[in-house]
Design a protein around this ligand. Sequence first.
Ligand SMILES: *Cc1c(COP(=O)(O)O)cnc(C)c1O
Length: 475
Amino acid sequence: MRYISTRATGTPPSEPKRFCEILLEGLAPDGGLYLPETYPQVDSATLSRWRGLPYADLAFEILSLFVDDIPADDLRALCRKTYTEEVFGTAAIVPLTRLEDGLYLQALSNGPTLAFKDMAMQLLGNLFEYELARRGEELNIFGATSGDTGSAAEYAMRGKKGVRVFMTSPDGRMSPFQQAQMFSLLDDNIYNIAITGVFDDCQDLVKAVSGDLDFKRKYKIGTVNSINWARLMAQVVYYFAGYLQSTKTNDERVSFTVPSGNFGNVCAGHVARMMGLPIAQLVVATNENDVLDEFFRTGVYRVRGTADTHETSSPSMDISKASNFERFVFDLLGRDGARTADLFGSQVPRQGRFDLGADPAFAQAASRYGFASGKSTHQDRLATIRQTWEKYGVVVDTHTADGLKVAQEHRQTGVPMLVLETALPIKFAATIVEALGREPERPAKFAGIEALPKKVSVMAPDVQAIKNLIAQACD
Ligand SMILES: *Cc1c(COP(=O)(O)O)cnc(C)c1O
């Protein structure tokens, strides 16, 4: 298996890479995103063989199709070390809850930080440690977070050899629960940095530090953002797990609704479908930041400015552009790297948008690739949280509520709809209180975390000061 960039030109595209070469990388050198040269195909006999496999072994089977430069025994061991009942709370790892006939929640948020990002990040932590040891290298992850990504990264990398995490977040802007989750990590290799500013200030710092190529090389600066291929690959596994749990034979099809921001999660669903998993529809659910819903309705992809990016009660989907979307557009355009480069490398930076509405390829997004979409607002969210509680006795978080709301608009008779639950309600307690008039349940292991000792440095958004901090930690 080799990987190419979505902006690669020429046949065959220049310099395909192997998995471990792109594992620690973000963007391809040409600014594109990595994708496998072809999608491995899973036939019906294989799918049947996978029925009943424990999650870790299913993960191994699927990852083996994408990774050929880690010995099989090592890869299996990494999967078994990652996907344990101890870390993810149940033996099923991603259990289904039946709400009613044909409507299910698939739990992806029982990992250490109670959001689905743990599903991929926990694997990434083990893969990074393995590969860095093999190379005898170190890596300093430097990132910005407004909540879920940073804590998932820190919980995945804590105590890992060869890795340090420097995570900036806007001072005082995360929920008290999220702050407690991150800042109570006292591990030597975890550095929490609260920046006196907003999230954009944090992102600018990351850009400035990563843009200094000498510094980046000297201090081995890397990222773990959602465009990393290994994260996407790890997410493919739970689409198979959801399908296998909700069907008895491979003649059945199911649909998924996915609360979406950067298009990472649902892009993994697209990859699963391209591999032959019998998925009818992939329904993209957005909040008020409806960049993706607009595209799937009209063919227009329009990046939002800061003033147009809303702060919502499903904050992990508050995006101005969808970083992984380029991967799907590359496939939609018949894997035309030159056109993809023109759209994302030229039209988007210059005009902030492109329009495929009149392109015959656009109609295929629904007909050939199964995509549908919808949008949910704060009022929809509150209503869905209330209805789900009253009708099914289940409390869902705000992002999952967006998914459920949109899922209802796309259900088809005879096709089970699986809504991906992307976080637990305790992470977004204020909105649950607003909807239900009471606090959501808190898993026992998080009792009293707000009172734990905290390790965090508060700093001004000063590039040199941040560089000094990283340099000092490395000496
Ligand atoms: C990150 C996140 C999302 C959005 O996922 P994408 O892969 O960016 O589309 C949705 N819900 C929660 C709770 C998240 O943390």
